[in-house]
Design a protein around this ligand. Sequence first.
Ligand SMILES: [Zn+2]
Length: 374
Amino acid sequence: MRSALLCIAALSLGTSSPAATFTITHFGTPANAQPAIDRAAEIWGSILVSDVPIKVAVSWFPLGASALGVTFPNGRKDFPGAPVASTWYASCLANSIAGTELNPGEDDINVYLNSGTNWYLGLDANTPAGQYDLVTVALHELGHGLGFVGLAKKVGSEGSFGQVLLSDFAPLITTYPWPEQEGLPGIFDRFLTSTASGPLVDLMNPSTALGSAFTSNQVYFNGTNAMSANGGQTARIYAPAAFALGSSCVHLNESTYPVGNPDELMTPFSSAGHANHWPGPIAIGVMRDIGWMVNGVGVPEQQVQSTWGLTLLPDGHLHPFGLETRERLTILDAQGRKLLEASGNGPIALARWSSGPCIALRMSTGEAQRFVLP
Ligand SMILES: [Zn+2]
């Protein structure tokens, strides 16, 4: 016999919560690939708050053998209510902060997804070997468009902020006019620090000192929310010895947050046969640090009954109910750290869990439920 339902509340991703909405325009995206992109937008929409719809253009385009996606965020600076002056913000973040659409007629985010990739288009995170999970990659790319991005560049030995040109990415172009960056950093860049030289925005721009820092392998993000999501430590940023534009200094470090780590999503490389449909606590912390209001995790939700969830069996195991056997659950702690993944049919030994509040994400639908464990 099953004992009491542990579920105390539920939230529905992207539908009922006061969250961000996305309008997505497709250029060549096959119809059967669009639901995965919608799902990725719904996941971010459940986390971030904005009164202004986020306008995304998705281009399905051959990007060659190595790239899965490339994303260009539109930008605004010194807008009404801008927290930091002379600093670029992703335009959707600027719109959210200003509470009004600052860029009517322009897209906020231009995502290119590689039409030549062997994609897995399913929504259930059950990605077969050899295929790349489109929800995962779209979630990563949208993360850049929402502001997990910087304006670092290196030419020869000289590093700079705010000198990135659209021609650096030819033949790709954007659906909106490329802003002249005026040598100014992005808000993300203002949190970058290196072990040897301190905050990178305090170095001369441009300079060889900045170029050395960008390739020092010792670059960290020091925002307070990201740090608190990372055990009080600064989060290590990808800054390899060979600078790669669009990869260096705009991702979490691959080897620090490898496949299977709760913070793997915003690292520069994605693995085939693997899925991750949650940004992870550090990326959510970064979003808070750069100015996003964050919804969902940690916010009380309306109490509702649910047709699925977990029950606690007398033997101390949690048993999923209301799920198909092959459906997958991702269990997160209250800070959004992934504790484990489970399938819809098997009992879960409670000893593997930490006690207290946690969240179950139903991968096939994107629904989430909060639980309190004894
Ligand atoms: Zn990336």
